[in-house]
Design a protein around this ligand. Structure first.
Ligand code: ADP
Ligand code: MG
Length: 261
């Protein structure tokens, strides 16, 4: 196995007496889409926050490309290749849709700039921004002010901004939540295409088991902050732990067979 792109070791966070993420050790590799499932309150979003730097661990370690980034904040981790979708705060509400993406393109190039980099022109940045917008079906509203977009379009814009940063790790926390039925396929198709590039590390929190089944190479299950299952999608979905966790919102019965993870 090559070195993981992202890894957590005994990662733990306590809120008062409550352990929201409890000694989670897990490694994520390039070219793999891992779905993170578990009931509400299991610690999925908190685990994301600990990896992207929105929260600081009580104990344990986060490694990015083999380097300990546990002490780095969110900005430092973004600069090292963590892309987190749906931080509404990353939008500039009073700038147009395309200007929002252009700033991300420009910021990434500035980061990558060296003595030998040819500085791109403003027109190049706009062309690249347009391409990212087209990928999320927002090309037609490029001149609209970000603040004026409907909720679903704002989320698509956030994905375009994340893509423009060209991160190594893409984190999607319930990407289709709050989206209308005609917007959901746009986002899922985009995640499909990202995965098809084959060189990105994608983490996806998703409740809809049909989505998980169609996208995931691997599923990990969190329950009460603990990692309780990790494996091939078919096995994990069939496992007792998932059937139990999703009681009431249970997935359609998978193929019969021994279920162990
Ligand atoms: N900032 C916080 N302060 C206190 N408790 C929190 C905080 N964030 C999350 N929690 C608690 O941690 C647990 C895990 O929450 P969360 O990670 O949002 O779960 P999930 O995303 O799996 O639904 C929940 O019990 C939640 O109430
Ligand atoms: Mg959550």
């Amino acid at each position: 196995m090559p070195e993981p792109v992202l890894e957590t070791r005994d990662l733990t966070i306590r809120f008062g007496g409550h352990v929201a993420v409890d000694a989670v050790s897990c490694a994520f590799h390039s070219g793999t889409l891992t779905a993170i499932v578990g009931p509400n309150g299991a610690g999925k979003t908190t685990y994301f926050n600990l990896m992207s730097g929105q929260l600081t661990a009580t104990s344990g370690t986060v490694l990015l490309g083999g380097q300990d980034v546990t002490g780095l904040g969110a900005a430092g981790r973004t600069a090292r290749g963590i892309g987190r979708a749906f931080q509404i705060t990353s939008l500039f509400p009073n700038l147009s849709v395309i200007e929002n993406v252009r700033l991300a393109v420009q910021a990434r190039q500035r980061q990558a700039a060296s003595l030998f980099t040819r500085w791109s022109s403003h027109a190049d940045w706009i062309d690249q921004a347009q391409a990212y917008l087209d990928e999320v079906n927002l090309g037609a509203v490029r001149d609209t002010m970000a603040a004026a977009l409907p909720h679903g379009d704002k989320r698509k814009l956030e994905v375009a901004i994340m893509m423009a940063m060209e991160p190594e790790v893409f984190m999607f926390d319930e990407p289709t939540a709050g989206m209308s039925v005609d917007e959901v396929p746009v986002i899922l198709d985009l995640i499909h295409r990202l995965k098809a590039r084959g060189d990105k590390t994608i983490l996806l929190v998703e409740h809809k088991m049909d989505v998980v089944r169609s996208l995931a190479d691997r599923i990990i299950v969190l329950h009460n902050g603990k990692l309780v299952a990790d494996g091939e999608p078919a096995e994990v979905i069939a496992s007792a732990v998932v059937q139990e966790a999703y009681l009431g919102q249970a997935p359609k019965a998978p193929a019969a067979g021994a279920a162990h993870v």
